[in-house]
Every structure is written in C-alpha cells, then in structure tokens.
Design a binder for this molecule. Sequence first.
Ligand code: F6R
Length: 594
Amino acid sequence: MCGIVGYIGNKPAQPVLFKCLARLEYRGYDSCGIAVAGNGIDLQKDRLRVGELVKKVPLLEGMTGVGHTRWATCGEPSAANAHPHLDCSGCIAVVHNGIISNFQELQQQLTDEGHHFLSQTDTEVLPHLIEKYYQGNLEEAVAAALKDIEGSYAIVVLREGESKLVVARKDSPLIVGIGDQENFAASDVPAILDYTNRVVYLEEEDIGVITNSGIEIRQNGSVIRRKEHKIPWSVDEAQKAGYEHFMLKEIHEQPRVIRDTLIGYGHEIAPIIDLESMRDTGTEAMLFVACGTSYHAGLVGKCIFEELLGIPVRVELASEFNYYPQTLAKTMSIVITQSGETADTIKATRRLQEKGCHVLAITNVVGSTISRIADLTLYTQAGPEISVASTKSFIAELVALYWLAMSYSIADIKRLADMLMTLRQLPNTVQQVLDNKSGIKQCGEYLAGYDNIFFIGRGINYPVALEGALKLKEISYIHAEGYAAGELKHGPFALLDKDTPVVAVVAKDNTYEAMLNNIREIKTRGAPVIALVENGDESVGEMADFVISVPKVGLIFSPIVNSVVLQLLAYYAAEKRGCPIDFPRNLAKSVTVE
Ligand code: F6R
C-alpha cells in the first residue's frame, strides 16, 4: 500500500506535496518522491522518508505536481523504483497505488514497440501506455491506457505544459479535495486537512480532470456529478499535540471519543438508526463481518447482542467469509470497519447484498467506500486515526455496538437504565486508567524483554485477549498469541516456561473462578503471570507476579477498560524496544487489497 497526492493551484506545489505526503506516511514510507511541472517536469525521488527528502531537494518551480510515499510491493525499495514514474520523453509523470497484475505482458509489448523501462515496478507501464495513446488529450490517453490494465489502481497523472491533473481509481481509494483556487488529489482525507475539509470521493472506474478551479468526473465517458462531503475533522486532530506518538495521543483521546460518540447518539436509549427497515425478512440471527481489530470488536459485539437481544450472532472474518458458501436466510448483517476502505470487508458487503441481505456498516470515515455502498451507516466519532494500530476507533466501535444493542434490547428497563448510567461514566472510568498508568508502563517495559507472550481471557474478555495480543505483536514485534484461557491446556501449555509470560484478563463475572484455576495451572508451569483484575480483588494478587488493577465497571463493559490497559501495555513494550510505533513495518492503515 502507498500514499499518493496531487496538487494544482496558486501556491508553489513542492511544500504542499511534501506536507500532504508526510501525513500519508502511515500508508508506507520506504521511499518517496515528487514531480513538479514547471520548466519541464522536475522529478525528485529516493529511498528516503519524506522528512529526509524535503532536506535534500532544492526548491522546484511550479504550481502543479504529484507525490508518492511507498510501501514496496513490486520491486524492492530503491530510488529507481520510487514513484513518480515517467514516460520515455519525460513529459508524463504518474503516481500509483494498487497492483497491475498484467504488467509483465504490457512491459514486453511496450519494449517491443521501443519503450525503455528504468524500474522493476508494475506502475512504470502506465506513463508509457499513456504516452503511447496520447494524441493531444491527456484524459483520453489515460482512459485508453486504463483499458489495457488488469488489477487495481488509484492514479494521479501530470503532463508537462497542461494545467490539469488526471485522476482515476479502481479498487484503491482516491479523493479529491476542493479548495479555493486550488484542488488536491489524495489517497486519504488526513493528507489534505491542512488545506481543506471539502472532499469528493471518486467511485470505481471514475476518471477525473482536476484544474485549479474545478473538477470534472466521467464514468464510461459521460460526465457525472459526485457528492461533496464536508469532513467533520480538524487538522489539529491529525497532529501529535505534544505526544511522542500518534498512538499514545489516540489512546489518551478515548475518554473524549466515548463522550462524543455517546453525545452523537442522543440522551436517551433510543434507536439511532432504523434497523427495523432491515428486519423485513423477520430476522432470526445476526452476522458481523470485519477484519483485524474491527473483527475483535465484532466478537465483543456478539456477547453483547446475544445477551441483550437474545439473538444468535455469528462473527466472520471478511477475508474468509468471501471464500465459502453462506446460509444467510433471515440474517441481519453488520460490517465493521474503521477506515471503510478494507478490501475484504467491501467485498463481503457486496457479496451480502448480492445475496439479498441489507447491510448496516459501522465506520469512522464519513463518505468512505463502505458508507456509500452499505444500506445504512452508523458512524463512530473517533476522529482521524493516524497510528496504524487501531485504538480509539476500536473503543468507538465498541460504544456503537453497546448503543445499538441497548437500543434494541429485550432487557428490562431498570437494567438498561443502569447500563446507560455506566456507559455515561465510562469516559471518567477510562480517564482513571490513563491517570494511573505508571504500573502499566512498568509491566509493558518488563514484557519488552521477552520474545513470546500469551494473552488469555474468557467470555466477553476473550476477544479482549485477542486484541491485546494483536496490539502487542504489531507494534513491538514480540510474538504474542491471544487464547481463550481454557484452551491453553489443549496444546499451548507445551510452550509455557519461565520465559513465556502470560497476560490474564480477569473479570469478576461467571468466568472468575475458572480464570483463577487457569492462572494456578500456568503458575505451576513456571510462567510469569501479569493479571488485570478489578480494583479490590485480593485473590489473584496472591498468585500473579504482577497485578494491574482496573476500575470496576458493570461486567458487560469490562472490555472497554481492559482494552485500554492492554493498548498501553503494548505501547510501553514497543517504546522500550525502540520500535517505530505509529508505522510498524509491513503494515498499512487501510488494507485496500485482498
Ligand atoms: C490493528 C488494525 C487492523 C485493522 C484491520 C481492519 O491495529 O488496525 O487489524 O483493524 O486492518 O481495518 P478496518 O477497521 O479499517 O476495516
């Protein structure tokens, strides 16, 4: 995955392109480059991060340009493979995010026709194809070139002497930012928030022409209007605000995120969206589909919905769901995706719709692909999440699921009133965790010294253990596995010894006694135990090596506070190891390929 930008306007393009690219580094940062159209096309690219290239490049003249920050997929990270790529004449520059699956065949054809290639990338066929088809009209040449392409693309194309950019997308996200006498193209909204919050999302196979005064979008050759969205995020939300990392800032924003999400949903427990319109088949079951952290939110959601609605809930990984037959009769479907751009989740949504299901999407990004294709959308209010590891968006997804389940619950009024009160106190409860994090920091630093760690939980805290392990492994590179506590003895016990700590999430619910037994069994095998327990719990302290006390909350809400603790644990372990916390290797914020 990569980040692409384009700028055309009334300012020198170079500083704008670099600023936008720096905000897209969460999409990849092994190399980067810009091309600016001034006196000819000036190309500057290298195997460097954006901040390093900025220092190296002289001031380029020109108010139109394209830029790219790369996470190598086709061709190693190198200056030659960095984008932009040019045609033979050096007049056409292209930045691309996606994969061209038939590039070898096209490269052979173009080589036979006299084109000369300088990189190992799939992208380089694009400027050459555009050059081949160019007969005085850039957008027509781009459209012709794209007909030859198999695979996915979001592209921005620049040609010397033309005061426009041509953009196109298929299976990779691309937005156009609308400014005053200036316009932008970018892979994602945070890239352009310094300049504008007015955004048009390109749809599949749209081709657009951007000038400094407007955009014209075509679909199959016909001009088409796309809705403009006002993004409710400020540029400050996409800054580190004095924190060492975006992840730490985003963890600390969670009280605000919970509060804002609840304010957005209203004062009383009442349906916020018309789920009834989706129940026309007489719903007998529910299906949640998601990937990664959002999948873990779905697993917590299953416990909440089954308890509060008394309805069976299946939770599927989108990447698996798409590959085997499904029985979906009388099933209501909810897809969960922070970015709204995850390729597998989008594919699952389309598949569900083809099978006649209505789909509700829970997402954080206004105007994202999922919000445009789902039948209904419930937004979370996490604000822009920059760190690759999801934290605040996970908590916001949980709040959305609690609210949804509570608003359709069959539980009695007294229970719901109590739950509502607990929910409203959650921002303060989470704040208490954040204000007392020194013990968590110590435990995180202690874990940094190990290579293998298990996370265990039971019931509603089993997905919390999965999420804790995912967070730790992705940012600290420590091998971590989340397990249902009762399953350890069915295999993983063979791995337990003094060098394999176990983080146990203990809740004072019906799983409590069983968890105590599990911890006893683990201690017998010599493994160090770090236990998360409710304030005041004495029994676990006698067995565990370290205890992290978390504030008491109604049982069903314990995943929220426990998850915040595990996020901090992962953060401090990664910090101790000196890892690039916000941009872990090989990972991307939105996974736009299957
Ligand atoms: C992990 C993480 C990923 C995402 C996954 C799905 O911290 O962020 O596992 O949760 O890629 O992303 P969305 O929610 O955007 O569909």
